[in-house]
Design a protein around this ligand. Structure first.
Ligand code: GLP
Length: 242
């Protein structure tokens, strides 16, 4: 594991963007695993800037998002579909057929939807670089702390803690979806390289538990320690309890 502590969010975002950009320059058809949330916003802004400056080209890049809420239409302002369009996809030349976001609608068969997502990742040749954020309770994607974890893409019931943490993006707590679809721990750990970004004091406990504690399904991020090519970039606040 390569764990780097940097001064602040802005430095973290720049380093992350440079890492992603380096991969895209090296491999035009790179397959990226992408997160949502506040953490990667700065990284996406840098990537958009680099695209505008002609430093990187998304024409052949393929992406797979980690997760999505169940019950929000793709056009809903808080859906991860919309987030990705706002932060990245609408501003770069990625082809629509090359970006993938899991989506579950009540009328679909959950098993089939999840299986199809896993198949598309395999068909793309697997994920070259999986970028991750960290939940305050140690969740990764929407793999929530639990007595056991799923390997592949699945539907999940969100914990109260996550619903509360994510309610800042919604007008009220009841508007936050209680269910989501997420890549599983196996889908994530299958990536060639993982880049975990963590910023802010409120994540410090989760960071400590993930990298200084035992590996436990009650702290999904702790499994990342087992990955052979893991880069963790923390700002000082997130690293304050290490
Ligand atoms: C959300 C997302 C995760 C994200 C995490 C942290 O619930 N499902 O993919 O990494 O929580 O979010 P944030 O970066 O906003 O703190």
């Amino acid at each position: 594991m390569d764990l780097e502590v940097v001064d602040n969010y802005s430095v973290m975002s720049e380093i992350a963007a440079n890492l992603v950009a380096g991969l895209i320059q090296e491999k035009k058809n790179a397959v990226l695993g992408l997160p949502t949330g506040s953490t990667p916003e700065g990284m996406y802004a840098h990537l958009v800037e680099m695209f505008r400056e002609g430093i990187i080209d998304f024409n052949a890049v393929v992406t797979f998002n980690l997760d999505e809420y169940v019950g929000l239409a793709p056009g809903h302002p808080q859906s991860y579909h919309q987030y990705m369009k706002n932060k990245l996809f609408d501003h770069v030349n990625i082809k629509q057929e090359n970006y993938n976001i899991p989506y579950f609608h009540d009328k679909n068969d959950p098993g089939k939807v999840c299986e199809a997502y896993e198949k598309s990742i395999k068909a793309a040749g697997g994920i070259d670089l999986q970028v991750l954020g960290l939940g305050v309770n140690g969740h990764i994607g929407f793999n929530e702390p639990a007595p056991c974890l799923h390997t592949s893409t699945h539907l999940v019931e969100l914990t109260e803690e996550t619903v509360k943490a994510n309610s800042r993006f919604f007008d009220s707590l009841d508007q936050v979806p209680r269910k989501a679809i997420t890549m599983g721990m196996g889908s994530i750990m299958g990536a060639n390289k993982i880049l975990l970004l963590v910023s802010g004091e409120k994540k410090a406990k989760a960071v400590r538990k993930s990298f200084r504690g035992l590996i436990s399904t009650e702290n999904p991020a702790s499994f990342l320690q087992l990955h052979r090519n893991l880069v963790v970039i923390l700002d000082r606040e997130a690293a304050s309890l290490l």
